[in-house]
Design a protein around this ligand. Structure first.
Ligand code: PEP
Length: 252
């Protein structure tokens, strides 16, 4: 049994006061949830305040990005070690907005995945095809390229802790969700590829979560699929009520 993993990616939203108010509401309403991992990913500047506000609650903190070196002359960057110091347990790596808006390549993402593992953190590694790639019938080819490139020479022990997020780019922030069947098909492909890249045992244990317009009204169907182990949630994670309902999804 894979433990469900539900993470909220807040993107570039929320001041310190707004972020602390939101996590306090989540903490108050989710304290009894012990059978799934709950994660929030605020902007860098509020990580410490959110971590302090959460203390040792059942909600963990993720960063949305990192630089693949621990320290040095890299003006404006933040390392996995500093994220750990700020209270993070997870780092989102390779989000499609980083790939598309900031030109991140599979090679750069590979360096980040290794640095995150070296710091003892867990990466939430995002992959996913664009609408054009899906319409051209290239979904699996794109996923395979991103996974092979991102995971190149990533040791089995490091990989065992990674959470993979399948996020079709056409479903992110658009209100369009992949159907449960479309998402399941991509997740099954990813799991099969991981079994070829590593082994069947690792592939069976690794969590593969879905992201792309997950909402209270579609989460139950998506997370009832055999290979969908959780959700990476953007817009709906900004509202306590919606995120609470998503965390409390009801698998069929
Ligand atoms: C995301 O940013 O990872 C995401 C899935 O966003 P949304 O839920 O808003 O589509």
């Amino acid at each position: 049994m894979r433990r469900p993993f539900i993470a909220g990616n807040w993107k570039l939203h929320k001041t310190t006061a707004e972020a602390v108010t939101l996590v306090k509401a989540l903490e108050a309403n989710l304290a009894d949830v012990t059978d799934r991992d709950i994660v929030v990913a605020p902007v860098f500047t509020v990580l410490t305040s959110v971590s302090s506000a959460l203390g040792d609650s059942n909600i963990a903190v993720a960063a949305q990005n990192c630089f693949p070196e621990m320290q040095g002359a890299y003006t404006g960057e933040v390392s996995p070690l500093l994220l750990k110091d700020a209270g993070c347990r997870y780092v989102i790596v390779g989000h499609s907005e980083r790939r598309q808006l900031f030109g991140e390549t599979d090679g750069f993402i590979n360096r980040k995945l290794k640095a995150v593992a070296d710091a003892g953190l867990t990466a939430v590694f995002c992959v996913g095809e664009t609408l054009e790639e899906r319409e051209q019938g290239r979904t699996f080819e794109v996923l395979e390229k991103q996974l092979r490139g991102g995971l190149e020479n990533l040791l089995r022990d490091a990989m065992a802790r990674v959470v993979v997020a399948y996020e079709p780019v056409w479903a992110i922030g658009t209100g369009k969700t992949a159907s449960a069947a479309q998402a399941q098909q991509a997740h099954a492909f990813i799991r099969d590829l991981l079994s070829r890249l590593y082994d069947a045992d690792l592939a069976c244990r690794i969590r593969i979560v879905y992201g792309g317009s997950v909402k209270p009204d579609n989460v139950d169907g998506l997370l009832s699929q055999q290979d969908i182990d959780g959700a990476l949630v953007g817009g709906a994670s900004l509202k306590a009520e919606d995120f609470i309902r998503i965390v409390r999804f009801l698998p069929s």
